[in-house]
Write a protein that binds this ligand. Structure first.
Ligand SMILES: [Zn+2]
Length: 411
């Protein structure tokens, strides 16, 4: 059998402040500190879509996320490893996190067949068979070389039966133990993923079993997969208190501004989501006063910046009218500018939340953010109801929105 795995790295999480359930922490990785709450942008294939390295340096994320499944297919983990791992390959020398491929495997539904050792599926690129399980997910992630790595889990779309959810919880526990045992590197912190859908008892069962493995960090998975905002909030609020205070807590695939506000209040430290870049490419641009649909006619001669308080180059340089023109004519820069602004917006939101937690004012910060954002959304709905063209475009955009977990889902 296999030899004893090396010890886990010590993330040395320091709790700097807590404010109600919300908390500000700093923990250490092999490539630098992570200050929380933090938002981790998704570089699916090792690149933040539309964003150059110089722009990335100005955004200065604490952690970058890349997808195991996609890098396994192209260029293959051996190529990434031989080019210096994710840090050398991409040139981003800060902390990286990789997912395990579990979400992609089960969400892309490429005729996957499940067995006790993992999953066999068809590549979404060419139909070739791909094998992923705890052993494969760990071997690939060790080659990719991220600082934080994820256990291979069984994530179900919701709604799902209690029987199916319970089976997925037990399978996730067995697979997580197999991941921990398969490790050969001592510089990568393995996170377990709590499953259990929206059932508090199953969440508790999953958390208890995974905590027994004493991993460096824990994630809440299997949410933002069709259960709706209310149910998601309840599941986060039920699960977060079950996780150890001395370890980072990561809510996977959630990035709507108001969802972040609530999850931070519940004690979540880390987030990832494709929404800033996906919505950015489609001209759905977040502001402190709600979402601006930049394609709407009302912005045609609008000389205001997108968000007067945003510090990004888009808001300091361009008018809404010019941005609308770029989106309407399909200019490549529209993708870059939309993504850059949305990413800046989320970073400013989580950094503002951190500042407020450190100052003991998070409740007021969250309430003020919510009130202003929701007022803007309501104003848009009202303006919308009066403009049939805008209403049509919004329906199209809603249809194309998908979930926040993967850039590679069919658009
Ligand atoms: Zn901006």
């Amino acid at each position: 059998m296999s030899s004893t795995p090396p010890p886990h790295p010590d993330l040395a999480l320091a709790l700097e402040a807590s404010d109600g359930g919300a908390r500000a922490t700093t923990f250490m990785t092999a490539h630098g500190p992570v200050r929380t709450p933090t938002f981790m942008p998704v570089a699916t294939k090792g690149s933040l879509k539309g964003i150059t390295h110089a722009q990335l340096e100005r955004l200065a994320p604490d952690v970058m996320l890349a997808n195991t499944y996609h890098l396994h297919l192209r260029p293959g983990e051996a190529t990434v490893r031989d080019l210096g791992g994710l840090h050398g390959f991409t040139g981003w020398q800060g902390p990286w996190i990789t997912d395990s491929g579990g979400y992609q495997v089960f969400s892309l539904d490429h005729r996957a067949t499940l067995d006790e050792e993992g999953v066999t599926l068809r590549s979404h690129l060419d139909g070739a068979p791909v094998r992923l399980g705890p052993r494969e997910a760990m071997a690939i992630q060790e080659s990719l070389g991220a600082d934080l790595i994820m256990a291979f889990d069984h994530c179900l779309a919701l709604p799902a039966s209690r029987e199916a959810l319970e089976a997925a919880v037990h399978r996730t526990t067995r697979w997580t133990a197999a991941c921990a045992a398969a490790r050969t590197r001592s510089d990568q912190a393995l996170f377990g993923i709590v499953q259990g859908g929206t059932d508090p008892a199953l969440r508790a069962l999953s958390a208890e079993a995974l905590l027994a493995l004493d991993l460096p960090g824990y994630a809440i998975g299997g949410l933002a997969v069709g259960e709706g905002g209310q149910a998601m909030r309840a599941a986060v609020e039920a699960t977060t208190p079950l996780l150890p205070a001395a370890k980072p807590r990561y809510l996977m695939g959630v990035g709507q501004p108001l969802d972040l506000i609530d999850a931070i209040a519940a004690g979540v430290d880390m987030f990832d989501c494709v929404l800033p870049t996906r919505n950015g490419r489609r001209g759905w641009l977040w502001t402190r006063d709600g979402t601006v649909r930049i394609g709407a006619r009302l912005h045609a001669k609008d000389d205001a910046p997108l968000d007067a308080e945003c510090r990004c180059e888009v808001c300091r340089t361009h008018s809404r009218g010019y941005l609308r023109h770029l989106f309407k004519t399909g200019e490549h820069t529209a993708v870059t500018l939309g993504s850059l602004h949305n990413l800046t917006f989320l970073f400013e939101l989580v950094r503002g939340a951190r500042t407020a937690i450190l100052a003991g004012t998070y409740t007021a910060f969250a309430a003020a953010f919510r009130a202003r954002f929701e007022a803007g959304e309501r104003a848009w709905q009202e303006a919308h109801a009066r403009d049939p063209e805008a209403a049509f475009r919004s329906r199209e955009a809603n249809r194309a929105r998908g979930t926040g977990h993967s850039e590679a889902e069919p658009a």
